[in-house]
Ligand binder design. Structure first.
Ligand code: ADP
Ligand code: MG
Length: 153
């Protein structure tokens, strides 16, 4: 369990054709794919995934998140590598806001410098390309939502 993690390539990344570029960051770091799917996000799965954020950030945020996701293509992926992969992958992905993410990270290099401020002004959710789980519990919970057939204990 310490050598797997869960990520999900979000619709903004699929729409800008960045899937191959994103996957290179993982392969170049010795991380490989155990399981993935290409699917259209449903409001049920998005709400299960982001439920805590919806409660914290309110209905406008929930509506914008649903607008970004529902009916759009997402690619949930279970990744495997060395122990510590959860933190390693979060490092490769970069911090939440692309404008603050370091060069060399996925969000820093490919995120077009998006920010909370800009997304707020444009009445939309932040475009930061990819989600990465932050704890072993989140890996199990989130993989179960998006890849329900995949056995994670
Ligand atoms: P990360 O994706 O870096 O783990 P979080 O788990 O904190 O970030 O948030 C999940 C997603 O919710 C973010 O990727 C972003 O799209 C959105 N989000 C988080 N916090 C805020 C906020 N304060 N304002 C607007 N959107 C937010
Ligand atoms: Mg998170």
């Amino acid at each position: 369990m310490n050598n797997i993690t869960f990520v999900m390539i979000k619709p903004d990344a699929v729409e800008k054709n960045a899937v191959y570029a994103i996957m290179r960051y993982f392969y170049d770091n010795g991380i490989s794919v155990c399981c993935f799917d290409v699917q259209q996000a449903t409001s049920e799965r998005v709400t299960l995934h982001y439920g805590e954020h919806f409660e914290r950030l309110g209905q406008d945020f929930a509506n914008r998140m649903l607008e970004l996701f529902v009916g759009k293509t997402v690619i949930p992926i279970v990744l495997t590598g060395e122990e510590g992969i959860i933190a390693k992958v979060r490092g490769i992905v970069g911090v939440t806001e692309p404008v603050k993410a370091a060069k060399g990270t996925i969000r820093g290099d490919l995120g077009d410098g998006d920010s909370f401020e800009r997304s707020e002004r444009e009445n939309r959710v932040l475009r930061n390309l990819i989600h990465a789980s932050d704890t072993p519990e989140a890996v199990a919970r989130e993989a179960h939502i998006w890849l329900p057939g995949y056995p994670i204990q």
